[in-house]
Design a protein around this ligand. Structure first.
Ligand code: NDP
Ligand code: OXD
Length: 311
């Protein structure tokens, strides 16, 4: 049985992936792609962003595994075969990391840590008050694997949590909104907005001036989804006007964020280098091997992307 899993396009952490498969899934023949390699018989591929022209060369491809939860980069490639199942990454370490990031950043914005930093920078003992978590409303856009896990943790922490998704959801103690019609109501009381949407034709540019204007004045924005969700100039304008008080951005239209980008020097705009959460190779290797075993046994795959929907 050919169990080659071709690894394309992630570069940096190749050794971790090699070690992970050797340790937890030795039955998989894990092969980092070498330019010029004959890939015509490869049945399985693990990809972040594939080198140009590789998809048509994989004539016997049976499953494409995405390294990330988001598959927008893969779907942006028109040569990606649409008749081969594309499985996105869902694994507990990726979820845990995102929950940690969202909680960290929500607490940071809830406590307005920048005010403490300003006082400390001039050696001033300045009284600093903040509401109880239940008097702070956090709104999460996207109540999927990551958004719902983050919402659950914020609820445990005592925050007032609301969520927005495409279809209705029912999560304990989360006020749920869905669809374009309910977006204004969702935004109207959201003081800290967290974006955990997939990047699709419907969600590109959704964090824009019109949306910011519907938030309470001096709201915070946390974007841990994709740079394409944000209209960067609109955020700069909303921060300059005071409509948006502070922001944390993990993702950008251009990554790495160029040194000359104005965001680097925008006050109360905090930048993390697209590391809100990172797929754990060991946890992922185990799950990929399980999915391959299921597939070979004629069973269905989990977390298959609906390519027409875009996530
Ligand atoms: P899921 O597919 O599980 O969830 C997506 C959610 O977004 C669903 O609730 C879905 O609604 C909702 N949604 C999609 N389209 C719309 C729309 N048009 N209007 C309203 N809601 C919509 O994704 P994950 O939670 O696993 O991941 C979310 C994103 O997080 C990824 O796509 C990726 O871009 C990003 N990410 C970023 C990381 C980082 O380090 N910065 C790490 C990992 C992921 P419904 O449930 O109704 O379908
Ligand atoms: C992902 C990411 O989509 O890391 O998983 O951005």
């Amino acid at each position: 049985m050919n169990r080659t899993l071709l690894f394309v396009g992630a570069g940096a952490r190749t050794d971790s992936w090699i070690n992970a498969f050797a340790e937890v899934a030795p039955e998989i023949d894990f092969q980092p792609y070498e330019p010029g390699q004959d890939v015509s018989d490869v049945p399985y591929c693990l990809a972040w962003k594939a080198p140009p022209g590789i998809w048509p060369a994989m004539k016997n491809l049976k499953i494409i595994f995405g390294i990330g939860a988001g598959v927008d980069r893969l779907l942006a490639d028109s040569s990606l075969p649409r008749d081969v199942p594309l499985v996105r990454m869902v694994e507990p370490e990726l979820t845990r990391g995102m929950v940690e990031y969202v909680l960290w950043q929500c607490l940071f914005h809830h406590r307005k840590v920048w005010e403490l930093e300003a006082a400390q920078s001039c050696s001033t003992w300045r009284p600093h008050s903040y509401p109880a978590p239940w008097d702070r409303t956090i709104g999460i856009m996207g109540l999927g694997e990551l958004g719902s896990a983050a919402a659950e943790r914020l609820v445990e922490f005592g925050f007032t949590v609301r969520g927005w998704s495409r279809t209705p959801k029912s999560l304990p103690k989360v006020e749920s909104f869905f669809g374009a019609d309910q977006l204004p109501a969702f935004l109207s009381k959201t003081e800290i907005l967290v974006c955990l949407l997939p990047l699709t034709a419907d969600t590109r540019g959704i964090l824009n001036a019109a949306l910011f204007a519907q938030l309470p004045r001096r709201a915070s924005i946390i974007n841990a989804a994709r740079g394409g969700h944000l209209v960067e100039a609109d955020l700069s304008a909303a921060m300059a006007s005071g409509q948006i008080n502070a922001a944390t951005l993990d993702v950008f239209e251009t990554e790495p964020l160029p040194p000359e980008h104005p965001f680097w020097s925008t006050e109360r705009l905090y930048i993390t280098p697209h590391n809100a959460s990172i797929t754990d190779p060991r946890s992922a290797a185990w799950r990929i091997a399980k999915q391959i075993a299921k597939f070979e046994a004629g069973e269905g795959l989990d977390h298959v992307v609906d390519c027409a929907r875009g996530y």
